[in-house]
Design a protein around this ligand. Sequence first.
Ligand code: SAM
Ligand code: SF4
Ligand code: F3S
Length: 434
Amino acid sequence: MQPRRLFVETYGCQMNKAESEAIVADLAAEGWELARKPDDADLVVINTCSVRETAEERIRGRLGWYRRLKRGRHFTLLLTGCMAERLGQRALEEFPEIDALVGTYGREGLREAVRRAGAGERPVVDGDGTFRFAARHSSGGPRAFVPVMHGCDNFCSYCIVPFVRGPEVSRPAAEVLAEVRALDANGCLDVTLLGQNVNSYRRGDGGTITFPRLLGRVAAEAGRIRWIRFLTSHPKDLSPDLIAVMAEEPRLCRHVHLPVQSGSDRVLAAMNRGYTAGGYLRLVDAIRGALTGVSITTDILTGFPGETEEDVRLTLALMERAGFDEAFTYRYNPREGTAAALLGDPVQEPLKLERLDRIIAAQRRIVVRRAGERLGKVAEVLVEGVSRRNPGELLARTEWDAMAVLPGDPSLIGRFVRVRLESLAGATFRAAIL
Ligand code: SAM
Ligand code: SF4
Ligand code: F3S
Protein backbone atom coordinates (compact mmCIF):
# COMPACT_ATOMS: atom_id res chain seq x y z
CA MET A 1 0.00 0.00 0.00
CA GLN A 2 1.20 3.53 -0.85
CA PRO A 3 2.17 5.53 2.25
CA ARG A 4 -0.37 8.21 3.11
CA ARG A 5 1.25 11.61 3.41
CA LEU A 6 0.22 14.36 5.78
CA PHE A 7 0.99 18.08 5.81
CA VAL A 8 0.04 20.21 8.82
CA GLU A 9 0.03 23.99 8.62
CA THR A 10 -0.20 25.85 11.94
CA TYR A 11 -1.18 29.42 12.79
CA GLY A 12 -1.38 31.17 16.15
CA CYS A 13 0.03 30.49 19.54
CA GLN A 14 2.27 27.87 21.08
CA MET A 15 -0.82 25.98 22.23
CA ASN A 16 -1.82 25.51 18.61
CA LYS A 17 1.69 24.37 17.74
CA ALA A 18 1.60 21.78 20.54
CA GLU A 19 -1.81 20.59 19.38
CA SER A 20 -0.54 20.26 15.81
CA GLU A 21 2.28 18.08 17.13
CA ALA A 22 -0.38 15.97 18.85
CA ILE A 23 -2.27 15.63 15.55
CA VAL A 24 0.92 14.54 13.78
CA ALA A 25 1.75 12.01 16.52
CA ASP A 26 -1.81 10.64 16.41
CA LEU A 27 -1.94 10.24 12.65
CA ALA A 28 1.62 8.85 12.52
CA ALA A 29 0.41 6.05 14.81
CA GLU A 30 -2.12 5.23 12.08
CA GLY A 31 0.58 5.02 9.41
CA TRP A 32 0.59 8.58 8.08
CA GLU A 33 3.97 9.97 7.05
CA LEU A 34 4.92 13.63 6.88
CA ALA A 35 4.95 15.23 3.42
CA ARG A 36 7.69 17.78 2.83
CA LYS A 37 5.33 20.20 1.12
CA PRO A 38 1.56 20.49 0.68
CA ASP A 39 1.79 19.59 -3.02
CA ASP A 40 2.84 16.04 -2.01
CA ALA A 41 0.20 15.50 0.67
CA ASP A 42 -2.90 13.28 0.63
CA LEU A 43 -4.18 15.07 3.72
CA VAL A 44 -3.64 18.74 4.62
CA VAL A 45 -4.63 19.89 8.11
CA ILE A 46 -4.81 23.64 8.67
CA ASN A 47 -4.76 24.43 12.38
CA THR A 48 -6.14 27.96 12.53
CA CYS A 49 -6.07 31.05 14.75
CA SER A 50 -8.72 33.75 15.23
CA VAL A 51 -6.97 36.11 17.62
CA ARG A 52 -6.73 38.92 15.08
CA GLU A 53 -8.51 39.59 11.80
CA THR A 54 -5.07 39.65 10.12
CA ALA A 55 -4.50 36.04 11.24
CA GLU A 56 -7.80 35.01 9.68
CA GLU A 57 -7.06 36.93 6.49
CA ARG A 58 -3.81 35.04 6.01
CA ILE A 59 -5.68 31.76 6.44
CA ARG A 60 -8.37 32.84 3.97
CA GLY A 61 -5.62 33.63 1.46
CA ARG A 62 -4.06 30.26 2.08
CA LEU A 63 -7.41 28.51 1.57
CA GLY A 64 -7.63 30.24 -1.82
CA TRP A 65 -4.23 28.79 -2.70
CA TYR A 66 -5.42 25.29 -1.71
CA ARG A 67 -8.59 25.78 -3.78
CA ARG A 68 -6.42 26.28 -6.85
CA LEU A 69 -4.19 23.33 -5.92
CA LYS A 70 -7.30 21.16 -5.73
CA ARG A 71 -8.09 21.82 -9.39
CA GLY A 72 -4.98 19.81 -10.34
CA ARG A 73 -5.05 16.94 -7.85
CA HIS A 74 -7.11 15.22 -5.20
CA PHE A 75 -6.34 15.51 -1.51
CA THR A 76 -8.32 15.97 1.71
CA LEU A 77 -8.34 19.42 3.30
CA LEU A 78 -9.27 19.56 6.98
CA LEU A 79 -9.74 22.78 8.93
CA THR A 80 -9.32 22.78 12.70
CA GLY A 81 -8.36 25.22 15.47
CA CYS A 82 -9.87 28.47 16.68
CA MET A 83 -11.10 29.86 13.34
CA ALA A 84 -12.74 26.51 12.56
CA GLU A 85 -14.44 26.71 15.96
CA ARG A 86 -15.48 30.32 15.42
CA LEU A 87 -16.95 29.83 11.96
CA GLY A 88 -18.31 26.29 12.33
CA GLN A 89 -20.68 25.36 9.51
CA ARG A 90 -20.20 28.84 7.99
CA ALA A 91 -16.65 27.80 7.01
CA LEU A 92 -17.96 25.00 4.82
CA GLU A 93 -20.31 27.42 3.09
CA GLU A 94 -17.63 30.05 2.55
CA PHE A 95 -14.81 27.70 1.51
CA PRO A 96 -15.93 24.91 -0.84
CA GLU A 97 -12.40 23.47 -0.81
CA ILE A 98 -12.73 22.32 2.83
CA ASP A 99 -13.55 18.60 3.15
CA ALA A 100 -13.83 18.36 6.93
CA LEU A 101 -14.02 20.65 9.93
CA VAL A 102 -12.98 19.80 13.50
CA GLY A 103 -13.76 22.24 16.32
CA THR A 104 -12.07 22.78 19.69
CA TYR A 105 -14.00 19.98 21.38
CA GLY A 106 -13.81 17.57 18.48
CA ARG A 107 -10.10 16.73 18.43
CA GLU A 108 -10.71 13.11 19.40
CA GLY A 109 -12.86 12.76 16.31
CA LEU A 110 -10.18 14.03 13.93
CA ARG A 111 -9.17 10.61 12.61
CA GLU A 112 -12.82 9.71 12.16
CA ALA A 113 -13.36 12.98 10.27
CA VAL A 114 -10.48 12.08 7.92
CA ARG A 115 -12.05 8.68 7.25
CA ARG A 116 -15.49 10.17 6.63
CA ALA A 117 -14.06 12.80 4.29
CA GLY A 118 -12.30 9.97 2.43
CA ALA A 119 -15.68 8.28 2.04
CA GLY A 120 -17.10 11.37 0.37
CA GLU A 121 -18.81 13.01 3.36
CA ARG A 122 -18.15 16.55 4.54
CA PRO A 123 -18.11 16.09 8.31
CA VAL A 124 -18.26 18.80 10.95
CA VAL A 125 -17.02 17.37 14.25
CA ASP A 126 -17.49 19.36 17.42
CA GLY A 127 -17.58 16.80 20.23
CA ASP A 128 -19.76 16.98 23.32
CA GLY A 129 -18.42 20.23 24.82
CA THR A 130 -15.85 18.45 27.03
CA PHE A 131 -12.26 19.31 26.27
CA ARG A 132 -9.89 16.35 26.26
CA PHE A 133 -6.13 16.78 26.27
CA ALA A 134 -4.13 14.63 23.89
CA ALA A 135 -1.78 12.20 25.66
CA ARG A 136 1.33 13.50 23.85
CA HIS A 137 2.27 16.72 22.07
CA SER A 138 5.70 16.04 20.69
CA SER A 139 7.03 14.20 17.70
CA GLY A 140 10.59 14.19 19.07
CA GLY A 141 13.41 16.71 19.41
CA PRO A 142 15.19 18.43 22.30
CA ARG A 143 12.36 20.88 23.02
CA ALA A 144 8.69 20.13 23.71
CA PHE A 145 5.48 21.79 24.88
CA VAL A 146 3.05 20.30 27.36
CA PRO A 147 -0.42 21.85 27.78
CA VAL A 148 -1.40 21.93 31.46
CA MET A 149 -4.60 23.86 31.05
CA HIS A 150 -6.98 24.86 28.32
CA GLY A 151 -9.39 27.71 27.70
CA CYS A 152 -9.70 30.98 29.58
CA ASP A 153 -12.16 32.52 32.06
CA ASN A 154 -10.72 36.02 32.04
CA PHE A 155 -12.69 37.62 29.23
CA CYS A 156 -10.31 40.49 28.56
CA SER A 157 -12.67 42.74 26.65
CA TYR A 158 -10.72 42.60 23.36
CA CYS A 159 -10.03 38.85 23.27
CA ILE A 160 -11.70 36.08 21.29
CA VAL A 161 -9.89 33.23 23.08
CA PRO A 162 -12.53 32.52 25.78
CA PHE A 163 -15.11 32.22 22.98
CA VAL A 164 -13.16 29.85 20.77
CA ARG A 165 -11.42 27.84 23.48
CA GLY A 166 -14.14 27.82 26.11
CA PRO A 167 -13.82 27.86 29.91
CA GLU A 168 -10.63 27.02 31.77
CA VAL A 169 -9.94 23.34 32.33
CA SER A 170 -6.85 22.18 34.21
CA ARG A 171 -5.24 18.95 33.09
CA PRO A 172 -4.88 16.35 35.85
CA ALA A 173 -1.38 16.54 37.35
CA ALA A 174 -0.92 12.79 36.82
CA GLU A 175 -1.41 13.27 33.04
CA VAL A 176 1.03 16.18 32.95
CA LEU A 177 3.62 14.18 34.85
CA ALA A 178 3.13 11.12 32.63
CA GLU A 179 3.76 13.23 29.53
CA VAL A 180 6.84 14.83 31.11
CA ARG A 181 8.25 11.41 32.01
CA ALA A 182 7.65 10.17 28.47
CA LEU A 183 9.47 13.22 27.09
CA ASP A 184 12.39 12.55 29.41
CA ALA A 185 12.52 8.94 28.23
CA ASN A 186 12.65 10.27 24.65
CA GLY A 187 15.65 12.48 25.33
CA CYS A 188 13.84 15.82 25.54
CA LEU A 189 15.83 18.47 27.44
CA ASP A 190 13.70 21.61 27.48
CA VAL A 191 9.97 21.50 28.32
CA THR A 192 7.48 24.37 28.32
CA LEU A 193 4.21 23.98 30.22
CA LEU A 194 1.41 25.75 28.41
CA GLY A 195 -1.84 27.49 29.23
CA GLN A 196 -3.51 30.83 28.46
CA ASN A 197 -3.18 31.63 32.15
CA VAL A 198 -1.04 28.97 33.84
CA ASN A 199 -1.28 30.67 37.22
CA SER A 200 -4.92 29.73 37.56
CA TYR A 201 -4.03 26.04 37.27
CA ARG A 202 -5.79 24.08 39.99
CA ARG A 203 -6.67 20.46 39.80
CA GLY A 204 -6.39 17.18 41.67
CA ASP A 205 -6.06 16.46 45.40
CA GLY A 206 -9.37 18.25 45.87
CA GLY A 207 -8.20 21.31 43.97
CA THR A 208 -5.06 21.83 46.06
CA ILE A 209 -2.47 21.49 43.32
CA THR A 210 -1.70 25.07 42.49
CA PHE A 211 0.58 25.96 39.61
CA PRO A 212 3.65 26.45 41.83
CA ARG A 213 3.03 23.00 43.33
CA LEU A 214 2.62 21.50 39.89
CA LEU A 215 5.93 23.07 38.84
CA GLY A 216 7.62 21.57 41.90
CA ARG A 217 6.31 18.12 41.00
CA VAL A 218 7.30 18.42 37.35
CA ALA A 219 10.80 19.50 38.40
CA ALA A 220 11.02 16.55 40.80
CA GLU A 221 10.15 14.07 38.08
CA ALA A 222 11.90 15.66 35.13
CA GLY A 223 14.80 13.19 35.05
CA ARG A 224 17.30 14.48 32.52
CA ILE A 225 15.10 17.36 31.39
CA ARG A 226 17.24 20.29 32.41
CA TRP A 227 15.06 23.26 31.60
CA ILE A 228 11.41 23.75 32.52
CA ARG A 229 9.52 26.82 31.34
CA PHE A 230 5.91 27.96 31.34
CA LEU A 231 3.65 30.27 29.34
CA THR A 232 1.60 32.50 29.83
CA SER A 233 1.43 34.21 33.23
CA HIS A 234 -1.41 36.62 33.89
CA PRO A 235 -0.20 39.49 36.13
CA LYS A 236 -3.32 39.36 38.31
CA ASP A 237 -2.69 35.70 39.22
CA LEU A 238 1.09 35.38 39.53
CA SER A 239 1.65 34.52 43.21
CA PRO A 240 4.59 34.93 45.61
CA ASP A 241 4.62 31.10 45.75
CA LEU A 242 5.46 30.99 42.07
CA ILE A 243 8.39 33.34 42.54
CA ALA A 244 9.52 31.26 45.53
CA VAL A 245 9.46 27.96 43.63
CA MET A 246 11.40 29.56 40.77
CA ALA A 247 14.01 30.78 43.23
CA GLU A 248 14.36 27.33 44.82
CA GLU A 249 14.29 24.98 41.87
CA PRO A 250 17.28 25.32 39.52
CA ARG A 251 15.53 23.57 36.62
CA LEU A 252 12.91 26.30 36.40
CA CYS A 253 14.17 28.73 33.80
CA ARG A 254 14.45 32.34 34.83
CA HIS A 255 12.01 33.72 32.32
CA VAL A 256 8.52 35.07 32.90
CA HIS A 257 6.23 36.03 30.04
CA LEU A 258 3.95 38.59 31.65
CA PRO A 259 1.69 40.37 29.17
CA VAL A 260 0.99 43.93 30.32
CA GLN A 261 -1.02 45.16 27.28
CA SER A 262 -1.02 48.83 28.38
CA GLY A 263 0.58 51.19 30.88
CA SER A 264 -2.60 53.20 31.41
CA ASP A 265 -4.89 52.27 34.32
CA ARG A 266 -7.89 53.62 32.42
CA VAL A 267 -7.18 51.39 29.41
CA LEU A 268 -6.31 48.39 31.61
CA ALA A 269 -9.70 48.74 33.32
CA ALA A 270 -11.50 49.02 29.98
CA MET A 271 -9.61 45.91 28.87
CA ASN A 272 -10.80 44.09 32.03
CA ARG A 273 -7.27 43.06 32.92
CA GLY A 274 -7.67 43.16 36.69
CA TYR A 275 -4.48 45.04 37.63
CA THR A 276 -3.03 48.54 37.50
CA ALA A 277 0.26 49.75 36.04
CA GLY A 278 1.56 50.28 39.59
CA GLY A 279 0.58 46.75 40.64
CA TYR A 280 2.24 45.37 37.54
CA LEU A 281 5.49 47.21 38.26
CA ARG A 282 5.50 45.98 41.86
CA LEU A 283 5.25 42.45 40.50
CA VAL A 284 8.15 43.11 38.11
CA ASP A 285 10.22 44.40 41.04
CA ALA A 286 9.37 41.35 43.15
CA ILE A 287 10.36 38.99 40.32
CA ARG A 288 13.60 40.81 39.56
CA GLY A 289 14.42 41.10 43.28
CA ALA A 290 14.06 37.35 43.87
CA LEU A 291 15.46 35.92 40.64
CA THR A 292 18.90 37.07 39.55
CA GLY A 293 19.28 37.16 35.78
CA VAL A 294 15.56 36.69 35.13
CA SER A 295 14.13 37.94 31.85
CA ILE A 296 10.66 39.42 31.67
CA THR A 297 8.89 39.53 28.34
CA THR A 298 5.49 40.97 27.54
CA ASP A 299 2.68 41.59 25.06
CA ILE A 300 1.56 45.13 24.29
CA LEU A 301 -1.68 46.03 22.56
CA THR A 302 -2.10 49.54 21.17
CA GLY A 303 -5.05 51.25 19.51
CA PHE A 304 -7.68 49.96 21.95
CA PRO A 305 -10.92 51.99 21.62
CA GLY A 306 -10.50 55.34 23.37
CA GLU A 307 -6.70 55.07 23.74
CA THR A 308 -5.28 58.60 23.87
CA GLU A 309 -1.80 60.04 23.37
CA GLU A 310 -1.50 60.23 27.15
CA ASP A 311 -2.28 56.49 27.41
CA VAL A 312 0.46 55.74 24.88
CA ARG A 313 2.87 57.91 26.85
CA LEU A 314 2.02 55.89 29.98
CA THR A 315 2.65 52.64 28.09
CA LEU A 316 6.04 53.89 26.88
CA ALA A 317 6.93 54.99 30.42
CA LEU A 318 5.93 51.61 31.85
CA MET A 319 8.01 49.80 29.22
CA GLU A 320 11.01 51.91 30.13
CA ARG A 321 10.55 51.32 33.83
CA ALA A 322 9.90 47.55 33.51
CA GLY A 323 12.83 47.11 31.11
CA PHE A 324 11.29 44.29 29.11
CA ASP A 325 13.72 41.82 27.59
CA GLU A 326 11.32 41.36 24.69
CA ALA A 327 7.87 42.65 23.76
CA PHE A 328 5.40 41.23 21.29
CA THR A 329 3.49 44.20 20.02
CA TYR A 330 0.07 44.26 18.39
CA ARG A 331 -2.43 46.78 17.13
CA TYR A 332 -6.00 46.36 18.20
CA ASN A 333 -8.44 44.46 16.01
CA PRO A 334 -12.12 44.27 16.95
CA ARG A 335 -13.31 40.67 17.31
CA GLU A 336 -16.95 39.78 16.79
CA GLY A 337 -18.72 38.83 20.03
CA THR A 338 -16.20 40.39 22.43
CA ALA A 339 -17.19 43.20 24.82
CA ALA A 340 -14.81 45.71 23.20
CA ALA A 341 -16.35 45.11 19.75
CA LEU A 342 -19.34 47.13 21.02
CA LEU A 343 -17.05 50.16 21.36
CA GLY A 344 -16.37 50.28 17.63
CA ASP A 345 -12.85 50.87 16.37
CA PRO A 346 -12.35 54.62 16.79
CA VAL A 347 -8.53 54.77 16.63
CA GLN A 348 -7.81 55.10 12.92
CA GLU A 349 -5.47 52.60 11.29
CA PRO A 350 -2.68 55.11 10.44
CA LEU A 351 -2.66 56.30 14.05
CA LYS A 352 -2.53 52.71 15.35
CA LEU A 353 0.42 52.05 13.06
CA GLU A 354 2.19 55.19 14.16
CA ARG A 355 1.73 54.28 17.84
CA LEU A 356 2.87 50.73 17.17
CA ASP A 357 6.01 52.06 15.46
CA ARG A 358 6.84 54.20 18.48
CA ILE A 359 6.34 51.25 20.83
CA ILE A 360 8.51 48.98 18.67
CA ALA A 361 11.26 51.62 18.46
CA ALA A 362 11.20 52.10 22.25
CA GLN A 363 11.41 48.35 22.79
CA ARG A 364 14.41 48.11 20.41
CA ARG A 365 16.26 50.62 22.56
CA ILE A 366 15.33 48.73 25.74
CA VAL A 367 16.54 45.43 24.24
CA VAL A 368 19.90 46.98 23.37
CA ARG A 369 20.23 48.11 26.98
CA ARG A 370 18.97 44.90 28.65
CA ALA A 371 20.66 42.36 26.40
CA GLY A 372 23.73 44.60 26.26
CA GLU A 373 24.23 43.97 30.00
CA ARG A 374 24.76 40.29 29.20
CA LEU A 375 27.43 40.83 26.53
CA GLY A 376 30.85 39.37 27.31
CA LYS A 377 29.27 36.89 29.75
CA VAL A 378 29.40 33.10 29.60
CA ALA A 379 26.11 31.23 29.20
CA GLU A 380 24.87 27.75 28.60
CA VAL A 381 22.69 27.32 25.51
CA LEU A 382 20.73 24.43 24.07
CA VAL A 383 21.41 24.02 20.35
CA GLU A 384 18.07 23.65 18.55
CA GLY A 385 19.01 23.53 14.90
CA VAL A 386 20.76 25.15 11.98
CA SER A 387 20.24 28.88 11.49
CA ARG A 388 17.73 29.57 8.71
CA ARG A 389 19.61 32.67 7.62
CA ASN A 390 23.05 31.08 7.53
CA PRO A 391 23.23 27.30 7.12
CA GLY A 392 26.83 27.43 8.40
CA GLU A 393 25.62 28.55 11.82
CA LEU A 394 23.65 26.97 14.63
CA LEU A 395 20.63 28.39 16.40
CA ALA A 396 20.45 27.98 20.17
CA ARG A 397 18.35 29.14 23.12
CA THR A 398 19.47 30.50 26.47
CA GLU A 399 17.92 29.66 29.81
CA TRP A 400 16.23 33.08 29.86
CA ASP A 401 14.65 32.40 26.44
CA ALA A 402 16.84 34.54 24.20
CA MET A 403 18.12 33.20 20.89
CA ALA A 404 21.80 32.93 19.99
CA VAL A 405 23.54 32.08 16.72
CA LEU A 406 26.94 30.47 16.84
CA PRO A 407 29.36 28.87 14.41
CA GLY A 408 29.46 25.13 15.04
CA ASP A 409 28.88 21.63 13.76
CA PRO A 410 25.29 20.33 13.33
CA SER A 411 26.29 17.33 15.46
CA LEU A 412 25.79 19.71 18.43
CA ILE A 413 22.03 19.92 17.79
CA GLY A 414 20.21 18.71 20.91
CA ARG A 415 23.23 19.37 23.14
CA PHE A 416 24.00 21.99 25.77
CA VAL A 417 27.12 24.04 25.06
CA ARG A 418 28.89 26.81 26.93
CA VAL A 419 29.31 29.97 24.93
CA ARG A 420 30.47 33.54 25.30
CA LEU A 421 27.89 36.14 24.25
CA GLU A 422 29.82 38.40 21.92
CA SER A 423 27.46 40.78 20.16
CA LEU A 424 23.83 41.48 19.35
CA ALA A 425 21.76 41.55 16.16
CA GLY A 426 18.32 42.81 17.22
CA ALA A 427 17.39 40.62 20.20
CA THR A 428 19.55 37.70 18.99
CA PHE A 429 23.02 37.12 20.45
CA ARG A 430 26.00 36.18 18.37
CA ALA A 431 28.00 33.74 20.46
CA ALA A 432 31.17 31.65 20.33
CA ILE A 433 31.61 28.17 21.80
CA LEU A 434 34.12 28.07 24.64
N1 SAM B 1 -3.40 34.79 27.64
C1 SAM B 1 -2.47 35.75 27.28
C2 SAM B 1 -2.61 37.00 28.17
O1 SAM B 1 -3.22 37.00 29.16
O2 SAM B 1 -2.09 38.02 27.80
C3 SAM B 1 -2.55 36.20 25.84
C4 SAM B 1 -3.11 35.34 24.81
S1 SAM B 1 -3.44 36.15 23.27
C5 SAM B 1 -3.59 34.72 22.34
C6 SAM B 1 -1.89 36.85 22.78
C7 SAM B 1 -1.90 38.32 22.59
O3 SAM B 1 -2.67 38.69 21.49
C8 SAM B 1 -2.49 39.12 23.71
O4 SAM B 1 -1.60 39.26 24.78
C9 SAM B 1 -2.84 40.42 23.07
O5 SAM B 1 -1.78 41.34 23.16
C10 SAM B 1 -3.06 40.02 21.61
N2 SAM B 1 -4.47 40.17 21.24
C11 SAM B 1 -5.52 39.54 21.78
N3 SAM B 1 -6.68 39.98 21.23
C12 SAM B 1 -6.33 40.93 20.31
C13 SAM B 1 -7.07 41.77 19.44
N4 SAM B 1 -8.38 41.76 19.41
N5 SAM B 1 -6.37 42.60 18.62
C14 SAM B 1 -5.03 42.62 18.65
N6 SAM B 1 -4.28 41.87 19.46
C15 SAM B 1 -4.91 41.03 20.30
FE1 SF4 C 1 -7.34 36.46 26.11
FE2 SF4 C 1 -7.20 37.68 28.44
FE3 SF4 C 1 -7.62 35.06 28.37
FE4 SF4 C 1 -5.25 36.05 27.68
S1 SF4 C 1 -6.17 36.16 29.71
S2 SF4 C 1 -6.42 34.50 26.57
S3 SF4 C 1 -5.78 37.97 26.69
S4 SF4 C 1 -9.01 36.64 27.62
FE1 F3S D 1 -5.03 31.99 18.14
FE2 F3S D 1 -6.56 30.29 19.33
FE3 F3S D 1 -4.08 30.57 20.12
S1 F3S D 1 -7.15 32.30 18.66
S2 F3S D 1 -3.61 32.68 19.63
S3 F3S D 1 -4.72 29.82 18.15
S4 F3S D 1 -5.82 30.15 21.40
